[in-house]
Design a protein around this ligand. Structure first.
Ligand SMILES: *Cc1c(COP(=O)(O)O)cnc(C)c1O
Length: 377
């Protein structure tokens, strides 16, 4: 069976974990957490980063940081992962879901302004498949209405918009190192704080509402309870694992991009032209970090048949995201607007296997199988 995803280990993870263990300090913010923080600050010029136990946690921290109150409204795409919305719903926010673009699953920026009311507090763009939203446009709308922007950059490590790394545009941004992402630590995440106003408080919220981080730096002589918060920081064992991955970021990215390009070279000009299958679209302003290769087929029936056909050939492809505005939990709160594109992606998008160790032969088998399916219908 060719799995949909296979976590890649660089080989140094266990070495670094042993180092972390023998250092005698395995709680949060140890040696490896610092190495990871430095890595992100140097490689991507993020001014302040904090490792978290997941992207979900980083988003929850963002919701606390912007002082979200019950009844506040947050605008985001409906075609996204549950956590994008749930992190804000936990603080009592009402989610105003926006539709996706016709030519790619990212939020349709042109719809945002009409959804803004006096209760709107934030916009949460999701860089779907690591492909940048139009951040110039989103930031200008946010400035005009005095809103916060929190980038859900879960899939967007090492991806750029007009030459600048994703995660550096919003007031805050959240990355994921879940084992299905490009760079992994099993579970794990990162909060990027771009707005200085949030830098001190982010540390406090992450440390159970205490000023322990400042205490460890010797800035205060004792630490105590100063704000709300939770335990959002990962153990240094997780950071050790993550650091082994980060050191190999370029190798991992190069490989993923090769695999991505092989799919694209095989399909473009054929599947799209002859069979009406839509292929990933990249705006000129965005780079490709090869997080995902997806196909958008014409209808749900075709998708079901293609997935079954692939499975019969021992290939595990998947789809994801059911429009959140139609989810069991959120449908009763949604304002009845139809989100046609979001539903279309929910019904018609397929993700193909893409992982470091996918061999050329395996990939050829996947490509051949997909062509065989289309020639047969
Ligand atoms: C993976 C993902 C998340 C959640 O990340 P975790 O680290 O698992 O919490 C959130 N948003 C998007 C768009 C994702 O792809």
């Amino acid at each position: 069976m060719i799995p949909f995803n296979k976590p890649y280990f660089t080989g140094l993870e266990t070495t670094y974990i042993k180092e972390a263990v023998s250092s005698g300090k395995i709680s949060g913010d140890g040696i490896f957490s610092k190495k990871c923080h430095n890595f992100f600050e140097q490689k991507f010029q993020f001014s302040k980063v904090l490792l978290t136990t997941s992207c979900t946690d980083a988003l929850e921290m963002a919701a606390i940081l912007i002082d979200l109150k019950p009844g506040d409204e947050v605008i985001m795409p409906s075609y996204t992962f549950v956590s994008t919305a749930n992190a804000f719903v936990l603080r009592g926010a009402k989610i105003i879901f926006a539709d996706s673009h016709e030519d790619h699953p990212g939020i349709d920026e042109s719809k945002i302004e009409s959804l803004i009311t006096e209760k709107t507090k934030a916009i949460v763009p999701v860089h779907y498949a690591g492909v940048a939203c139009d951040m110039d446009f989103i930031m200008s709308v946010a400035t005009k209405y005095n809103l916060f922007v929190i980038e859900d950059a879960a899939q967007a490590i090492d991806s750029y918009y007009k030459g600048k790394p994703l995660g550096s545009f919003g007031h805050l941004a959240a990355f994921s190192f879940h084992e299905t992402k490009n760079i992994i630590s099993g579970e794990g995440g990162l909060l990027v704080v771009n707005d200085e106003r949030f830098m001190k408080r982010a540390e406090i919220i992450r440390e159970k509402g205490t000023n322990r981080s400042a205490f460890f730096r010797g800035e205060v002589d004792k630490y105590g309870w100063v704000d709300v918060g939770s335990s959002f920081l990962p153990s240094d064992i997780i950071a050790a694992f993550l650091y082994a991955q980060l050191e190999n970021l370029d190798t991992i990215q190069t490989r993923r991009k090769e695999i991505w390009k092989r799919y694209d070279d095989a399909f473009r000009g054929h599947l799209d032209v002859k069979f009406g299958v839509r292929l990933p679209y990249l705006p000129d302003s965005a780079t490709n970090n090869a997080h995902m290769y997806y196909l958008v087929v014409q209808n749900a029936k075709e998708r079901k048949a293609l997935l079954a056909y692939l499975k019969k050939e021992n290939i595990l492809s998947v789809f994801h995201y059911l429009s959140l505005h139609k989810s069991k939990y959120y449908e009763p709160f949604h304002d009845n607007r139809n989100l046609v594109q979001s539903d279309h992606y929910s019904n018609c998008l397929i993700r193909l296997p893409l992982y470091y160790e996918l061999t050329e032969n395996e990939q050829k088998h996947i490509v051949d199988t997909i062509f065989a399916f289309y020639k047969g219908i």
